[in-house]
Design a binder for this molecule. Structure first.
Ligand SMILES: [Zn+2]
Length: 166
């Protein structure tokens, strides 16, 4: 279908899919690696993350998930370059990845042994604002909000617009 578009538009869509997809995949992979990184004092310090306490409580599990997301986002930010024109696509990829996780979630606002998707999305949006600046509202969130609205039509999320104003 994308082949039917004019060349310039096609290039634009290809860029979006390529970089947002790559960043989303990288975010998932480095989240898992982030769980290991936070256990090593030197690495945790490098990523400016408090060393993860190994005591197996739900509070620690939630903290570990949030730390893994933070580490992963810092790596993705480095991978795609802070000043590169494609960085907004990378940040969009992170947010789209979390929205995708929410598709299979019956309630994105509910905390389990993992933080709620809404909490993770909030942390990611804060990271994007800190990294990209307030232009993120018009250049990134405007577009990811549009995707979330479309997803609302195909999911049965019990809380409308959980992704807004987080
Ligand atoms: Zn995890």
């Amino acid at each position: 279908m994308i082949d039917l578009l004019p060349d310039k538009t096609k290039e634009g869509y290809n860029l979006v899919f390529e970089y947002a997809f790559l960043a989303g995949c990288a975010f998932v992979i480095f989240h898992e690696i982030g769980h290991q990184i936070q256990k090593k004092e030197e690495l945790a310090k490098y990523f400016d993350i408090p060393v993860h306490c190994s005591a197996d409580t739900n509070t620690n599990r939630l903290k570990s998930e949030n730390n893994a997301d933070l580490i992963s986002m810092k790596i993705v930010k480095k991978m795609f370059g802070e000043d590169d024109a494609i960085n907004w696509l990378a940040y969009s990829g992170i947010l789209l990845c979390l929205l995708t996780l929410a598709v299979g979630n019956t309630n994105p606002t509910m905390e389990t042994d993992h933080p709620s998707i809404q909490d993770r999305y909030r942390q990611a949006k804060n990271f994007v604002i800190q990294s990209y600046g307030t232009n993120a509202n018009s250049e990134i969130f405007l577009r990811t909000d549009a995707v979330a609205k479309l997803l609302t039509c195909v999911t049965k999320w019990p809380v409308d617009n959980w992704w807004e104003n987080v």
